[in-house]
Design a protein around this ligand. Structure first.
Ligand code: UDP
Length: 310
């Protein structure tokens, strides 16, 4: 099949391009390189791969047939939302509209990369797909959360009104090689700090929880969802939940670091808990994560070691 991946030079997008090529598909990767980088796709030497530098909030022109559009373009880290609030809103809203328009025009399938952030600061734990969430629309994270909620609504409207063959994946915290060293998220921050024996910055008292999924597991779940016929949102993530303090201790242990833990203020609207209920993915996609935290973190540490030239 001929695939379009928006955000294809980003962390998840580039891993998705790799997987699609490995499955025998052709890939057109579209990215404006705002938070993505060609370094993530430089290794691809394949005539079935085409990179187009383009901002998908503007009309997307693709020559020839397209079988599937996978919309992964978006800043995705809380510090990005603070620095890029309007591009974040635009790519989730206008960008989703353009990507859906492309799918409709080509008679292609469409997959939206949505997020656990649609659940906001959840009042239930774990979060299942039927929970409507608890989002602050006007807080600093609202630009991402609301754009993705709009993107889901737009996707369902194109499905119901235009009969576009759509999918929605709600992605939970994911980590692995090609995360940006300076993207401000907890995984690169802690690993970088640990490798340099600098203080590990835990925000708040570290009792807030997250559940981390290794990128290969996530991409496998997304690939299965693409091949399914499921139109309603589907959670993909690893249900292994831990507190951020526990996570800091794990990173110190796995890197053999002498870093100490220091406490910093908790960012506004930082969710107190987050854990996917993956019973739906297990049932309809026969999917569950396979990579343990230790194994995944080891691979990620190796990547950051090379990047930091340590
Ligand atoms: N966090 C932290 N120290 C850091 C970076 C993040 O304690 O240096 C915390 C953050 O407050 C949040 C969790 O780690 O509770 C995950 O943050 P991240 O930015 O990775 O993404 P989020 O899950 O909040 O979207």
């Amino acid at each position: 099949m001929r695939m379009v991946v928006t955000g294809g030079a980003g962390f998840l997008g580039s891993h998705l391009c790799d997987r699609l090529l490995a499955e025998g598909h052709s890939v057109i990767c579209i990215d404006n390189l705002l938070t993505g980088t060609t370094a993530n796709i430089d290794h691809i030497r394949d005539e079935r791969f085409l990179f187009i530098k383009h901002d998908v909030t503007n009309y997307i022109y693709v020559e020839g047939d397209v079988d599937f559009v996978l919309h992964f373009a978006s800043p995705a880290s809380p510090i990005d939302y603070l620095e890029l609030p309007i591009p974040t809103l635009k790519v989730g809203s206008l960008g989703t509209h353009k990507a859906l328009g492309l799918a409709k025009a080509k008679g292609a399938g469409f997959l939206l990369a949505s997020t656990s952030e649609v659940y906001g600061d959840p009042q239930i734990n774990p979060q299942h797909e039927l929970y409507w969430g608890n989002v602050n629309p006007v807080g600093p994270r609202g630009v991402y959360d609301e754009a993705k909620r709009f993107a889901e609504a737009m996707t369902m409207a194109y499905h119901r009104y235009h009969n576009v063959n759509t999918r929605i994946v709600r992605i939970f915290n994911t980590y692995g090689p090609r995360m940006r060293l300076n993207d401000g998220r907890v995984v690169p921050n802690f690993i970088k700090q640990a490798l340099k024996n600098e203080p590990i910055t835990v925000y708040g008292d570290g009792s807030q929880t997250r559940s981390f999924c290794y990128v290969d597991d996530l991409i496998d779940g997304i690939y299965r969802l693409m091949r399914s016929e499921e139109h309603e949102p589907t959670n993909i993530g690893n249900p292994h939940e831990m507190s951020i303090l526990e996570f800091a201790e794990t990173i110190i242990q796995l890197t053999g670091s002498s870093s100490e833990i220091v406490y910093k203020p908790l960012p506004t609207d930082d969710p107190t808990v987050r854990r996917p209920d993956i019973s739906k993915a297990k049932k309809i996609l026969k999917w569950e994560p396979k990579v343990s935290l230790e194994e995944g973190i080891e691979k990620t540490i190796e990547y950051f070691r090379q990047k930091l030239e340590l």
